[in-house]
Design a protein around this ligand. Structure first.
Ligand code: ATP
Length: 361
């Protein structure tokens, strides 16, 4: 059931985070107003700057209030100059991930006309889905005594998470067939010829695939599959893989479609979606008004997809499509920021995308 008002929490964060969040909100407002969708924003301060000022990275009360939101839009968090006493980075986004059990990171990588790519391909339009709660990063909470002779990390794959992950992958393939005109195909990347955990994951993948006879599927070893990103990227529609393999392959995929400035992402669970650009806080660009807002604007379109799907709200489907079409138009004809070979600033690109919206509605 569509709602009269959707609650959206904004976490602008650090570095270029506030600039790109402002840009995305301006586009969101224009697109949603045109479709009669009301968004009610709440902005919370969180991240390295807050930690520098107060010694905490996010207020408990703000963290407790997050479940009231329909979705969260996050800029970027963490600064190399601000660390905890143990030397680790300030990353409340990891606490949010754990708080909501966000297990799947969706990273669409589409090559838009006009954006230069280093690979030769007719068309690149894929969604990389990275599992983000287990895999080779699951052992980070193990407090093993390291020795000077050997140190190990644990690779954990569970049935429960894999089933949920693959269900998301097949559902996304079905949804993209409608919204992106993609073929409806899921590729699993693993190392099941060497790792028992990955053979287990492949078995579960096959079980879930059998429940989606209308969606094609295949399985590749991660080494061969990585090469395909560069040699035959057009073969991919939805790609699904474990945590570390997904960490690496999603950056390769972003690299072949124009880099971090155009790569959006969304981390989801059954109950919450956190949408954010794939890039970090880029302190070298902060405050200069030159950051590319496209990754965050496309993340805002994913947020609308999420609202559409969970609330069966067709208005959000249309608003998301409008944002993507307007962004594609501006990427094709300019203005562009420096990372894409142009010389425009954040606000010029944002205004151009807003100006391109009415023609698409
Ligand atoms: P993190 O570890 O937080 O993911 P990172 O070290 O990978 O961050 P980023 O902050 O993502 O680094 O940025 C790396 C570089 O890419 C930046 O220094 C900047 O030059 C470029 N970059 C990142 N985001 C953008 C953007 N939105 N627009 C233009 N350039 C960007």
């Amino acid at each position: 059931m569509s709602k009269s008002v959707y609650k959206v929490v904004l976490l602008p964060g650090d570095g270029i985070g506030p600039e790109v969040t402002d840009a995305a909100v301006a586009v969101l407002n224009a697109a949603t107003e045109a479709h009669g969708i009301a968004l009610d924003y709440k902005t919370y301060e969180a991240g390295a700057e807050l930690y520098r000022k107060t010694g905490i990275s996010m207020a408990d009360a703000d963290m407790e209030a997050l479940p009231q939101a329909d979705a969260i839009l996050l800029g970027a968090m963490g600064l190399p100059s601000v660390r905890k006493p143990d030397g680790t980075e300030i990353a409340p986004q990891i606490d949010i991930r754990e708080r909501f059990g966000l297990f799947a990171s969706l990273r669409p990588c589409k090559l838009f006309p006009g954006v230069p790519s280093r690979v030769k391909a007719e068309k690149i339009d894929m969604l990389v889905i990275r599992e983000i709660t287990e895999g080779l990063f699951a052992g980070r909470h193990d407090h093993l005594e390291p020795s000077d002779e050997a140190v190990g990390d644990r690779l954990v794959i569970t049935r429960a998470t894999s089933e949920k992950l693959f269900k998301v992958a097949f559902e996304q393939a079905r949804a993209r067939r409608k919204t992106h005109g993609t073929p409806g195909h899921v590729t699993l990347l693993d190392k099941s010829n060497v790792l028992r955990s990955n053979a287990f994951m492949r078995k579960i993948f096959d079980e879930v695939a059998a429940k989606y006879p209308d969606v094609g599927s295949d399985r590749l070893y991660i080494d061969a599959g990585s090469m395909m990103f560069v040699t035959h990227p057009e073969r991919y529609d939805v790609v699904v893989t474990e945590n570390v393999f997904g960490d690496i392959t999603s950056e390769i995929a972003a690299g072949i479609v124009g880099g971090l400035g155009v790569a959006p992402s969304g981390d989801i669970s059954e109950t919450m979606g956190v949408f954010q650009p794939s890039h970090g806080t880029a302190p070298d660009l902060a405050g200069k008004g030159v950051a590319n807002p496209v990754a965050t604007i496309l993340s805002a379109a994913m947020l609308l997809d999420w609202l559409a799907e969970r609330n069966e709200d067709d208005r959000c489907v249309k608003a998301a499509a409008a944002v993507r079409e307007a962004t594609a138009k501006v990427l094709a004809s300019g203005p562009r920021t420096a990372d894409l070979g142009g010389n425009a600033g954040t606000s010029a690109v944002t205004s151009a995308i807003i100006a391109a919206l009415p023609a698409t509605i």
